[in-house]
Design a protein around this ligand. Structure first.
Ligand SMILES: [Zn+2]
Length: 141
């Protein structure tokens, strides 16, 4: 049975770079919460999309696709990307991931889905690990 002394000893071991399992668990837990919040945002956007219906969705898509992102004072944005909820090129990008994978964070102008910086970074990291097209970010032995 574990007691406080055992936990303190494990945390002390965690300071060793080779044994940083507690840190990895904390990161995994944070990522799980981030993905759960993202799934909630996607579900909210899907409900909103169902509320406005197909005709309004298509009307908005055609209107938005005929506008430049710089119109209406949006010049600080980086164009549009594909929205993972509604499937239109209407996710207005406020910035992209730090890994150079061009995964944008921003808000969809049709369904209101908001992809956060953290989700964009996690998606880009995933792409970097599992995509053959990704820049080589692995360390050579
Ligand atoms: Zn959307």
């Amino acid at each position: 049975m574990l007691d406080r002394h055992h936990v303190k000893a494990l945390l002390a071991l965690d300071d060793d770079l080779a044994l940083d399992c507690a840190w990895v668990e904390a990161v995994d837990s944070d990522r799980s919460r981030m993905h759960a919040r993202d799934a909630e945002r996607m579900a909210d956007a899907q409900r909103y999309l169902e509320l406005i219906g197909d005709n309004e969705t298509e009307r908005r898509a055609s209107t938005i696709n005929n506008q430049e992102p710089s119109a209406d004072g949006r010049s600080r944005h980086h164009g549009y990307q594909l929205c993972p909820v509604c499937g239109h090129q209407t996710l207005l990008v406020a910035g992209t991931d730090p890994f150079g994978m061009n995964v944008g964070h921003g808000t969809c102008l049709i369904c209101s889905y908001h992809r956060t910086e953290e989700v964009a970074e996690a998606d880009a990291e995933w792409m970097g690990i599992y995509s053959d097209d990704a820049p080589n970010t692995t360390l050579e032995a």
